[in-house]
Design a protein around this ligand. Structure first.
Ligand code: GLU
Length: 447
C-alpha cells in the first residue's frame, strides 16, 4: 500500500488565520491517523507578495498550534522543476503562448458578458501562426502561457464532498506561466504534489475549480492523480464570509488575546461535526478518531464567543505542571499548585491568573461600603493557623453576631477582600491572604 502523504501549503503573503489553521489541522490529523507523512510547503512563487517575515510567522504559528511536520519544502527552491514541467507541456502541445494584454482580455470578457456568454478565453492565440507570433514579439510583446484544456468532463470522488463533476468546456485555459516566465500556483502545486508523492490533497472548497484544471495537468504530465478533499469554508457567527475579519482572526491575534492552542484545535476539529468539543481533547486523541468525511458540507460558523467559552474549559482542565513555566513568564513564578487550583476555575485566559496573583499579593482598590460591619468581622477573625475551613468558622461567627446571611453577609467581605464581585472561592482565598492582610483590608488600609 502507498504511504499516505499530505501537505499544508500556505502562501507566505500574510499570517495564518483560523481558516488556514483548520486546513493545517485537518491535514495533520489525517496524516497522524493514517500513520502517514505531513509536509509543510510554502507556496512562495509569487515573489512580489511573499515575505520572509510571513514565512517565519507561519512556521511559528504552526508550532504554536502544537503541530509538527515531517518534511518541509519551499517552492522558491524548486523553480527549475516548474520550468522543466512547463517545457514538457509545451513539447506536448498543451502549453501555448498568448499575447493579449490585461486590457485586451478585460475587453473580450466585457463583450462576451454583453452577449450573455460565459467569459471563457476564446483561444484566439492558438490560431496565431509562427509569423504572427514573431511579429508580436518583434513589436515587444512577451507571451504568457496557457494550458490547453481538453474538452472532456472531469470527475473525482471527493473525500469530503462526494462525487464532483466539471465540464472543462466552461472553463478558460488557465495561465501557467506569466509574461516574465514566473510559474503560477496552478502549475507549481501540481508539479510538487506529483514529485513529492502527495496521496491526498486536503484544502478549502475555494479550490474546487482549480482541482478540475489541475487533474488535467496531472494527467498531461503523466502523474498519478491524488485524491482530493475540499472542506467547506468557515463563515462568521452571522453566516457572512470571514474574509473581512481575517486580521482579527489571525493566529497571532488569537494568541495575544489569550486563546490556548488546544482550545483552537479542539474547536476547529469539531466545527461542522455533530459533536462539540469538551475542552479536554488532545491532539493525539483527535487524531485517533479523525474522519475527513466528518466535516459535512454546510459552511461551519466560527463563533469567537464559543471559542472563548471552550478556552476557559481547556484552562480548567490543565494541571499545574502544564502551566508552571507560563505562569513564570507572566511574572508570577512564585505561584504554586495551591494557587493554581484556587484560581483555575475562574479563568477565561491564563493571563487572568496574574490578575488574581496581584489581587492576593498586591493592593486592592475599592471603598469600604460598610465600615461597622467590617470592624465587627475583623474583631471576629480567628487566630492563625488558617486552612480551608477557617472561612466557614469565621462567617459563622459573623452571622451569629450581626444577623446577616447569604449575599448580605458574603458580598461585602468578598468586595473588601478582593475588590471584585466574582472570583475564586473565599474559603480558598482566605488562607492565601493571611490574617495580617485580611485585617488591613477590613480596615480599609488597602494592603
Ligand atoms: N497556496 C495555496 C493556498 O494557500 C495552496 C492551495 C492548495 O492547498 O493547493 O491557497
Amino acid at each position: 500500500m502507498t504511504m499516505v502523504k499530505v501537505r499544508f501549503a500556505p502562501s507566505p503573503t500574510g499570517f495564518l488565520h483560523v481558516g488556514n489553521a483548520r486546513l493545517a489541522l485537518a491535514n495533520w490529523l489525517f496524516a497522524r491517523r493514517m500513520g502517514g507523512v505531513f509536509l509543510l510547503r510554502l507556496d512562495d512563487t509569487d515573489v512580489e507578495r511573499s515575505r520572509a517575515e510571513y514565512a517565519a510567522g507561519i512556521e511559528e504559528d504552526i508550532r504554536w498550534l502544537g503541530l509538527d511536520w515531517d518534511e518541509f519544502a519551499r517552492q522558491s527552491d524548486r523553480m527549475a522543476r516548474y520550468d522543466g514541467a512547463a517545457e514538457r507541456l509545451k513539447s506536448a502541445g498543451r502549453l501555448y503562448p498568448c499575447y493579449e494584454t490585461a486590457e485586451e482580455l478585460a475587453l473580450k470578457r466585457k463583450i462576451q458578458l454583453g452577449q450573455g456568454k460565459p467569459p471563457v478565453y476564446d483561444r484566439a492565440a492558438l490560431k496565431l501562426d509562427a509569423g504572427a507570433r514573431a511579429a508580436l514579439e518583434a513589436a515587444g510583446r512577451r507571451p504568457h502561457w496557457r494550458f490547453l484544456l481538453l474538452d472532456e468532463p472531469v470527475e473525482w470522488r471527493d473525500l469530503a464532498r462526494g462525487v464532483a463533476h466539471f465540464e472543462s468546456g466552461h472553463m478558460s485555459d488557465p495561465v501557467l506561466l506569466r509574461e516574465d516566465g514566473q510559474p503560477l500556483y496552478t502549475l507549481s502545486s501540481v508539479v510538487d504534489d506529483c514529485e513529492m508523492g502527495i496521496t491526498q490533497v486536503i484544502r478549502g472548497e475555494d479550490h474546487v475549480a482549480n482541482t478540475a484544471v489541475q487533474i488535467q495537468i496531472f494527467r498531461a504530465l503523466g502523474c498519478a492523480v491524488p485524491e482530493f478533499a475540499h472542506l467547506p469554508l468557515l463563515v462568521g457567527a452571522d453566516g457572512k464570509p470571514l474574509s473581512k475579519r481575517l486580521e482579527s482572526l489571525s493566529l497571532r491575534a488569537l494568541r495575544a488575546s489569550g486563546i490556548e492552542p488546544m482550545a483552537l484545535c479542539g474547536y476547529l476539529a469539531h466545527l461542522g461535526a455533530p459533536v462539540a468539543a469538551t475542552g479536554n481533547e488532545t491532539l493525539a486523541a483527535l487524531a485517533a478518531t479523525f474522519e475527513i468525511g466528518g466535516f459535512g458540507r454546510a459552511q461551519p460558523r466560527f463563533d469567537p464567543a464559543e471559542l472563548e467559552h471552550l478556552n476557559a474549559r481547556v484552562l480548567h482542565h490543565l494541571p499545574f505542571e502544564a502551566v508552571r513555566a507560563r505562569l513564570a513568564e507572566l511574572g508570577i513564578g512564585q505561584a504554586d499548585a495551591a494557587f493554581w487550583k484556587t484560581v483555575q476555575p475562574n479563568l477565561g485566559t491564563l493571563a487572568e491568573a496574574a490578575d488574581w496573583w496581584r489581587i492576593l499579593h498586591g493592593r486592592v482598590d475599592g471603598e469600604i461600603a460598610d465600615p461597622a460591619f467590617c470592624a465587627e468581622a475583623a474583631r471576629l477573625l480567628p487566630a492563625e493557623p488558617w486552612d480551608e475551613n477557617t472561612f466557614q468558622a469565621w462567617t459563622g461567627a459573623v452571622k451569629a453576631a450581626t444577623g446577616r446571611k447569604g449575599r448580605d453577609l458574603f458580598m461585602p467581605l468578598r468586595l473588601v477582600l478582593t475588590g471584585t464581585e466574582h472570583g475564586p472561592e473565599l474559603r480558598l482565598l482566605l488562607p492565601m491572604l493571611g490574617r495580617r492582610r485580611v485585617l488591613a483590608r477590613l480596615a480599609g488600609e488597602n494592603a
